[in-house]
Design a protein. Structure first.
Length: 163
């Protein structure tokens, strides 16, 4: 289920990213998108040789993806509510402070998720270097897949041979 959760998060990020927007929120979303794209590529073409490693990695990836998507969807929902003017604030002066405080909390949670995904990506690169990962046919049926860890700037290209 890690693949499905990462794919869903990747699609959500694709919808909300704006290439010319340089806000802090968009910067965080782009960082998250880089990690998610890398892990999606990994999940698409790889399988650890050890099923315990697979279960552990997939569980960590799945949990982080679910949490990130929850935060993003909650933020989008809050933004829609605040833009519609139907919020539950007592005075107008409380609106910006509460929204800012909520964003600060979500920002911290997203930063922790990005760090966790970065850690997982580093593990994946090391596993690949030690040949602990078996390359499978990609789910998207492409003949070759390339994945890059943005945290280490190392590139790992996987060439698939006919079985």
């Amino acid at each position: 289920m890690a693949y499905a959760s990462v794919l869903s998060l990747n699609q959500t990020l694709d919808k909300i990213l704006h290439p010319h927007d340089q806000t802090e929120q968009q910067h965080i979303m782009r960082s998250l998108h880089e990690q998610v794209s890398f892990l999606l590529s990994f999940l698409d073409v790889s399988s650890p040789q050890n099923s315990d490693i697979l279960s552990s990695l997939e569980g960590r990836i799945r949990d982080a993806a679910y949490e990130a998507e929850d935060i993003i969807e909650s933020s989008m929902s809050n933004q829609i509510v605040s833009e519609s003017g139907s919020h539950e604030y007592r005075t107008e002066s409380q609106v910006p402070n509460q929204i800012l405080s909520e964003w600060d909390q979500k920002f911290e949670r997203l930063q922790k998720i990005i760090q966790e995904l970065n850690s997982i990506s580093d593990e994946v690169v090391k596993m690949r270097e030690r040949n602990e990962i078996q390359v499978l046919l990609p789910r998207n049926s492409l003949p070759a897949a390339s994945f890059k860890s943005h945290s280490t700037n190392k590139s790992a290209t996987v060439r698939l041979e006919k079985l």
